[in-house]
Write a protein that binds this ligand. Structure first.
Ligand SMILES: C[C@H](O)[C@H](O)[C@H]1CNC2=NC(N)=NC(=O)C2=N1
Length: 95
C-alpha cells in the first residue's frame, strides 16, 4: 500500500467533515456529551478497526476523543487511513 500525495489526501478530505491532514497523518478531535458516550464510540470504532485490521492512534480525556490515523507499515497516509476515517465518520454520524 503506497503513501498518498498531500494533494490527493486534501482532495479526499474534502469529502469528510471531521478530519484534517497534519504532520503526515489524519487527525480529528471529537467532544461527546459524556465520558460514557465517548467510550461507547471508542468501542464501536475498535470493532471496526479490527474488522479492517487498521488501528487508530487515539487518546480519550473525559468526553473528548482525539484520533490520529496513519499507516505504520507504509510510514504515512494511505488509502487504508482514508477508508478508516470515512468509516469512523459514518459511525459517529450514525450512518
Ligand atoms: C502486521 C500489521 O501490524 C497489521 O497488518 C496492521 C495492524 N493495524 C495497523 N494499523 C495501522 N494504523 N497501520 C498499520 O500499518 C497496521 N498494520
Amino acid at each position: 500500500m503506497s503513501i498518498l500525495s498531500e494533494d490527493l489526501i486534501k482532495i479526499k478530505l474534502q469529502e469528510l467533515e471531521y478530519w484534517d491532514y497534519i504532520d503526515g497523518a489524519l487527525h480529528t478531535s471529537l467532544d461527546f456529551k459524556s465520558f460514557r458516550d465517548a467510550f461507547a464510540m471508542m468501542t464501536r470504532i475498535a470493532f471496526e478497526a479490527e474488522a479492517q485490521n487498521h488501528h487508530p492512534d487515539w487518546s480519550n480525556v473525559y468526553n473528548n476523543l482525539s484520533i490520529k490515523l496513519f499507516t505504520h507499515d507504509a510510514g504515512g497516509v494511505t488509502e487504508k487511513d482514508i477508508k478508516m476515517a470515512t468509516s469512523i465518520e459514518n459511525i459517529i454520524k450514525g450512518e
